[in-house]
Design a protein around this ligand. Structure first.
Ligand SMILES: [Mn+2]
Length: 206
């Protein structure tokens, strides 16, 4: 299903607050992101709502992991969370109702719960106020035996290809109910998610 887009950005602890401000819409204005339509911000919603500030959510999980496994090491420059974007091409969403869009993101969330560990995910929020619907999902890259390792969880190029393959396979089982026909024509998976960038330079941007 080439219209399913999954992107990861590895983050240290430092940018957590800036990223939180974007994802959780904690600022009134986003000078760096003129694409946000504030009249539609009310249409944003959480599939997983953070209970604490992002930094607190991250530290809580890391402290818990350390208790479970003394070999859980955290260095100053460790990747502490993975800032994930799920989206699809605008043409794909154009054909869908808001309820179907929600089901699409819920379906993607099931994949990420399974693959990243449900307990490691501390926020999943769908933005409907950008140019294209997208979900920001953040999780702490803890292994099953409670070590902090983005390298092991996300890995390098080879492993990323596997992530993409599994994600596409999973999303291929999603079909919007109302038009139960075949999915829309294939669209380039290199389409950058409009209205949202997950590049490190855009930490506070969108
Ligand atoms: Mn966004």
């Amino acid at each position: 299903m080439p219209h399913a887009i999954l992107r990861f950005a590895k983050r240290k602890g430092g940018p957590a607050t800036a990223i939180e401000q974007h994802h959780e819409r904690k600022k009134q204005r986003y000078g760096s992101n003129p694409d946000i339509d504030h009249t539609r911000t009310k249409d944003n919603y959480h599939l997983i709502a953070p209970r604490l500030k992002y930094y607190g959510e991250i530290q809580t999980r890391i402290e818990q992991a350390k208790k479970q496994n003394p070999r859980c090491k955290v260095r100053k420059d460790s990747v502490k969370f993975i800032d994930t974007i799920v989206t699809a091409s605008p043409e794909f969403f154009d054909a869908m109702s808001p309820q179907e869009i929600r089901r699409y993101f819920e379906h993607a969330l099931e994949f990420l719960k399974r693959e990243a560990g449900e307990g490691n995910i501390f926020s999943a929020v769908v933005h409907m106020d950008g140019r294209n619907p997208h979900m920001h999902l953040c999780f702490v890259p803890l292994t099953e035996d409670n070590r902090l390792s983005a390298k092991e969880v996300i890995g390098s190029r080879d492993k990323l290809v596997q992530w993409q393959d599994r994600f596409h396979d999973h999303m291929a089982t999603f079909f919007p109910p109302s038009n139960g026909e075949s999915p829309p024509p294939s669209l380039s998976e290199n389409t950058s998610p409009p209205g949202c960038s997950n590049r490190p330079t855009a930490s506070a941007g969108r």
